[in-house]
Design a protein around this ligand. Structure first.
Ligand code: GRF
Length: 213
């Protein structure tokens, strides 16, 4: 399956997906890395490795007009599945519908808890004991959509938002390739707005309390 990865910044999740796609028998290839921010560090990283990249700035454009340019670049690259990896723009219903069930996202919380921004600060404020990340199919409401896979990390007594974010990010890098493999191999179909996994498929990875960072 030809994958397009949408980023806005450093692109560490994109790097994890690129590494996974380079492994033997992985059912996906990265056809394009695309950013709304031409200065995104992840673009340079991908280009240096010979991956096709595109930068399409959203500045001074209507949201949908920008998305139509992003969409055209994805289509031109033959992309069949779009992976949002730190893509920081809210998508319009037009784009979400165009890529229905062919557009996935990673979010740094255990959805449906803590949609939106500043998830680690809010998790600490609520005093949750477990936090984590979610890969889900994208629907028009932000951070909603059928859940493909989740990873759980502990919240420890001395945690700061940065320490917790680092622990979750490590889990993200494990989880996103697991989720992409499920989707690209056809093992995560959406039925009645829930992902129905085949029997025996394990849709998560867990970082145990012994993991300090
Ligand atoms: C990740 O935590 C992702 O879940 C969130 O933004 C961050 C992006 O990091 N949406 P990176 O660009 O993948 O390093």
């Amino acid at each position: 399956m030809r994958v397009g990865i949408q980023i806005s910044g450093r692109g560490s999740n994109m790097q994890a997906l690129v590494a996974a796609c380079a492994t033997a028998d992985f059912p996906a290839d990265v056809a394009l890395v695309i950013s709304n921010d031409p200065s995104a560090a992840g673009l340079e990283w991908a280009a240096e490795r010979g991956i096709k990249t595109a930068a399409i700035s959203h500045k001074g454009m209507e949201r949908e007009a920008h998305e139509r340019l992003m969409d055209a670049a994805l289509v031109e690259a033959g992309v069949e599945l779009v992976c949002n990896a730190g893509y920081m723009r809210v998508l319009t219903p037009w784009f979400v519908d165009k890529w229905h069930d062919k557009l996935i996202n990673i979010h740094p919380s255990l959805l449906p808890s803590f949609p939106g921004l500043d998830t680690h600060v809010r998790a600490l404020e609520k005093g949750v004991r477990w936090h984590g990340c979610t890969v889900h199919y994208v629907r028009a409401p932000v951070d909603e959509g059928p859940i493909i896979a989740q990873a759980v990390v502990p919240v420890v007594a001395q945690d700061t938002p940065d320490a917790l974010a680092a622990r979750v990010l490590k889990a993200e890098h494990e989880l996103y390739p697991i989720a992409l493999k499920l989707v690209a191999s056809g093992a995560a179909p959406v039925v009645d707005e829930r992902v129905m996994l085949a029997e025996g498929v394990v849709p998560y990875s867990v970082c145990h309390p012994g993991v300090a960072s």
